[in-house]
Design a protein around this ligand. Structure first.
Ligand code: CU
Length: 130
């Protein structure tokens, strides 16, 4: 029984350590809205702008939660999105590149949508852009 109690104690200590690490994590400053995995084609890479922007023709986002909290799918379209400061954009990303990106949406924030991850897809990837 004492060893069981010991194990319980170390579990609690470990959880405490994890909580401290999370509290001190630089990820605290990252956007934290609803996140969506999206694919598309870069139509303009405005990476010298402040803030950086990507204009992307993207596939539909079927599970998008609208401002009223209800699912409001976004059709495939071309739109300009701000890239979060903490996001690493692949080197040499240019118009015509296919990408997978993570869109962070927070309706109480401006801009509402931020790209928080982006990676280049193989050029042969087939996207549904209509
Ligand atoms: Cu859109």
């Amino acid at each position: 029984m004492s060893s069981w109690r010991f194990r319980g104690g170390s579990t609690i200590a470990a959880l405490g350590a994890i909580a401290v690490v999370l509290a001190c994590s630089p990820e605290d400053s990252e956007p934290a809205g609803d996140r969506y995995q999206v694919r598309g084609v870069v139509r303009a890479a405005q990476l010298a702008d402040e803030p950086r922007r990507l204009r992307i023709q993207h596939e539909s986002i079927e599970d998008l939660i609208g401002v009223d909290g209800l699912v409001e799918p976004m059709n495939a379209m071309t739109m300009s999105m701000v890239v979060a400061e903490s996001t690493n954009v692949p080197d040499g990303l240019v118009q015509g590149d296919k990408v997978r990106f993570v869109l962070d949406v927070d309706w109480s924030r401006s801009p509402t949508a931020l790209i928080v991850e982006v990676e280049r897809l193989d050029g042969s990837a087939e996207l549904q852009l209509e």
